[in-house]
Every structure is written in structure tokens, then in C-alpha cells.
Write a protein that binds this ligand. Structure first.
Ligand SMILES: Cc1cc2nc3c(=O)[nH]c(=O)nc-3n(C[C@H](O)[C@H](O)[C@H](O)COP(=O)(O)OP(=O)(O)OC[C@H]3O[C@@H](n4cnc5c(N)ncnc54)[C@H](O)[C@@H]3O)c2cc1C
Length: 389
């Protein structure tokens, strides 16, 4: 029986396992994860507060349930430390080895960290998994308890998609929020500036304070929490500091094993790496030059890869995949144009929101819909070209 080993039990690893088990082929399946193997929806991490979700409320199944559902061996709290491609074996941090016939790397992405001066910089929090979320929630509650009268304050470094989602969630839950970043307006890699400003205003109305066109030079500890020194010299005080400056594909194992890597683990349309027995899926994979760290691409990838691993070589295709940004203060959907797309943004202001269409002549290549414009999402998505056809 073919033994398929998946490194990672995030949405990529578990969705692939599910797709494999939908098929009739008999395979031996092993998943290895350095976390506890709970199955949860990572997008819930940035809107869990307003929904009053504790970290323990988020899992839809623990490792035992997943073992039973998937008829798989799941090694939890176990890190893969090396891939030996010659012997097709994985080295584990507990000293053991696991052999594979086919290996799938689904190690996700790690938060980008950058050095900041000051004795508080090591305390900066990130939220990229359930453990991070639990730590963040605990600290938030501890700080709020100490203050007794008011809710705690949070400085968020990074006004991108995830930073805006956390800002909305925290502000909605009653916390004082300041968002800091060098950008002209929020979500600058996905939204034209004028559109970003509409989101900025909606979040300001919710109480979010913005320090845009500024970077953080230092984070110092003070009696009540932290003082951030910004590039123009002004200071911001907060009980906690959360970094949301982006994620980088975790290519460490693949790189050390000599697999071709660029921004992610380089794979072809069948998600096969430069080693014919090794595949990559999810946030760690770079498919035809595209690193798409969202749920829809990995779901499409999981279906195609399950077929390929069972002997039906199948290329992944990506339709247009708009992303719903979880900012209830201003409903937002984006489908950014391809990086090399030629065209221009056309903006239409609405009483509540804005519609931005990226067009090459009459051809729609991308959009950003805010507020009332979100109702046009379905119709406009039909007009968009596929991301990978
Ligand atoms: C706060 C937040 C909100 C988001 N919201 C949205 C959203 O609204 N919509 C959307 O489409 N996308 C969203 N995303 C992105 C989406 O959640 C990710 O694209 C997706 O969850 C990635 O899944 P993954 O399985 O590739 O990686 P991960 O979930 O990171 O899983 C990686 C797995 O690999 C394991 N691992 C790593 N290295 C090793 C090792 N050496 N040995 C053993 N195990 C290892 C880890 O333990 C983990 O189990 C959000 C992301 C974040 C952080």
C-alpha cells in the first residue's frame, strides 16, 4: 500500500487528507504536526473576539477525532527536522524516522519579524495559530483585569488585511486600537489608496486610531505596558503590541533538502516539487510563480493533488477567487489583478462604500468592493479571468 505522509495539519494538510479519503484507493496515511493536531479554521483567529470565541471554542475536532475520521496516523507535538530524499525518510525531533512513498509538505507560513530597538520589542505578539491566539486572549484579559474600569489598548503594527481585521475585531470588542504602518492607506497592496481611505474612515468611526506613513523605531517597556516610538518622533502607548506585517512561506525543510525554492516551494501545476516524490500545498507552495496564502487556492489544490497522488495526474486550476475581508465596519471584498496586469482602476463612490474596477479597456481584471458595492460581487466575479486556467 502506498504510504503518503503529510507534514502539517493546517487547512492544507487536513483538506488534502479529506480529499484522499473521499477516493476509493487504499492508502496508508500519516500526518505529522508540531502542534496539537486540532482541526480549526484559521480565518476565525482574526474575528474571534467580537464573536467571544476563546481558543478552546475554535477547534472542530481534536487529533483523536481526526485520526478516527481520516483513518490516519497523526503524530502531534512532533517536528520534522529533516527530509532525506535518498532514503525517502523524515527525521523527527524525537529521534525517530518515518519513511514515505510520497511526501506532501504543508508547513504553511511564518509571521515576518523585523528587529526593532527597545526592551519591549521581544514582547511583540503575533497571531498565526491557535496557541498564539490563546496567548493573545490571555494577555488581553489580564491587562483588562488590571485596568478594571477600561478595556485594554492594543497597538497593531501593519495596516494590511490581517491588521485591519484585528483592528475591527478589537475595536468592536471595546478595546482602544492604534494601527501603525508606512502605507498611505490601509491594505495598500490590495486596494488603491482612495479605496483604502474609505476603509480607514469606517474603522476610524469605530474608534480605530491610525498612524499611517510612519514606521515603529522602538518599543520600550513602561509601567502600564509599552511605549512605541514612531519614525516622526511621536509616541504611542499601549497595553499590548501585535505585529501583523505579513507572512513568509515556511520553506525551511524544503530548502535544507535541496528542493527548488523561491518565495515558496516551487511546484508545477500538479503541485510536484523538483523531487518527483515530494509535493507542496498551501501557504508554503509557489505554484507557477504564485504564492496565494488564502483558503480557496489550497482547497482547489487539495482536490487536484488527491487525484494526482492516487495516480491520476491532475493540474490545479484556480478560478477567480475574491477574498472577503472580515471588517464588518465596512464590508470589503477584493479580487486583486494579477501582478503584471496592465490596466487602470475606475472608481465609483457610493453613499455607503465604493466600487473599484481594475480594467484593461472593457476587460475586467480585478476589483475591490466596499460597503453597498459588495452586492455586485457575484456578477463581477463571473466577468473575471481565471487566476490559473
Ligand atoms: C489571522 C488570519 C486570518 C486569515 N483570514 C483569512 C480569510 O479570511 N480568508 C482566507 O482565505 N484566508 C485567510 N487567512 C489565510 C489562511 O488561513 C491560510 O492561507 C491557511 O490557513 C494556510 O493553511 P496551511 O495549512 O497552508 O498552513 P498552516 O495553517 O500554517 O499550517 C501549517 C502546519 O504545518 C505544521 N508544521 C510546520 N512546520 C512543521 C515541521 N517542521 N514539522 C511538523 N509540522 C510542521 C504546523 O504545526 C501546522 O500544523 C488568514 C490567516 C491568518 C493568520
Amino acid at each position: 500500500m502506498t504510504h503518503i505522509v503529510i507534514i502539517g495539519t493546517g487547512l492544507a494538510g487536513y483538506n488534502l487528507a479529506r480529499e484522499l479519503r473521499k477516493r476509493p484507493e487504499e492508502i496508508e496515511l500519516t500526518l505529522i504536526t508540531r502542534d496539537d493536531g486540532a482541526f480549526y479554521s484559521k480565518p476565525m483567529l482574526s474575528n474571534g473576539l467580537a464573536k467571544q470565541k476563546q481558543a478552546t471554542d475554535l477547534p472542530m475536532g481534536d487529533a483523536d477525532k481526526m485520526r478516527a475520521d481520516l483513518k490516519a496516523s497523526i503524530l502531534t507535538h512532533t517536528a520534522v527536522t529533516a527530509i532525506d530524499r535518498e532514503t525517502q525518510a523524515l527525521q523527527l525531533d524525537n529521534g525517530e524516522q518515518v519513511k514515505y512513498d510520497k511526501l506532501v509538505i504543508a508547513t504553511g507560513a511564518n509571521p515576518i519579524r523585523f528587529p526593532i530597538d527597545g526592551d519591549g520589542s521581544d514582547d511583540v505578539l503575533v497571531v498565526n495559530n491557535l496557541d498564539d491566539y490563546a496567548r493573545f486572549r490571555t494577555k488581553l484579559e489580564e491587562k483588562t483585569k488590571v485596568k478594571s474600569s477600561a478595556k485594554s489598548s492594543v497597538a497593531i503594527i501593519g495596516p494590511g488585511l490581517i491588521g485591519c481585521e484585528f483592528a475591527n475585531d478589537l475595536a468592536q470588542a471595546g478595546h482602544a486600537v492604534t494601527v501603525i504602518g508606512p502605507d498611505e492607506a490601509p491594505m495598500s497592496t490590495l486596494l488603491p489608496t482612495e479605496v483604502g481611505r474609505v476603509l480607514e474612515k469606517a474603522l476610524s468611526d469605530l474608534g480605530v486610531n491610525w498612524c499611517l506613513k510612519l514606521t515603529t523605531s522602538a518599543i520600550n517597556k513602561i509601567a502600564t505596558g509599552y511605549e512605541l516610538v514612531l519614525s516622526d518622533g511621536q509616541t504611542v502607548q499601549a497595553d499590548l503590541v501585535l505585529s501583523a506585517i505579513g507572512l513568509r512561506s515556511d520553506i525551511s525543510l524544503a530548502e535544507a533538502a535541496g528542493l527548488e525554492c523561491q518565495r515558496g516551494i516551487v511546484v508545477d501545476r500538479t503541485l510536484q516539487s523538483s523531487d518527483e516524490n515530494i509535493y507542496a500545498l498551501g501557504d508554503c507552495a509557489e505554484v507557477e510563480g504564485l504564492v496565494l496564502p488564502f483558503v480557496m487556492p489550497l482547497m482547489n489544490g487539495a482536490r487536484a493533488l488527491a487525484a494526482t497522488l492516487c495516480g491520476e495526474s491532475t493540474k490545479v486550476s484556480y478560478p477567480a477567487m475574491p477574498v472577503l475581508v472580515k471588517t464588518p465596519a465596512m464590508a470589503t471584498v477584493v479580487s486583486p489583478p494579477a501582478r503584471d496586469a496592465q490596466g487602470e482602476w475606475e472608481l465609483t463612490k457610493l453613499d455607503n462604500g465604493i466600487k473599484a474596477l481594475f480594467k484593461d479597456g472593457e476587460r475586467l481584471l480585478g476589483f475591490a468592493l466596499l460597503g453597498d458595492a459588495v452586492s455586485e460581487k457575484q456578477a463581477l466575479t463571473k466577468e473575471l479571468p481565471s487566476v490559473l486556467s
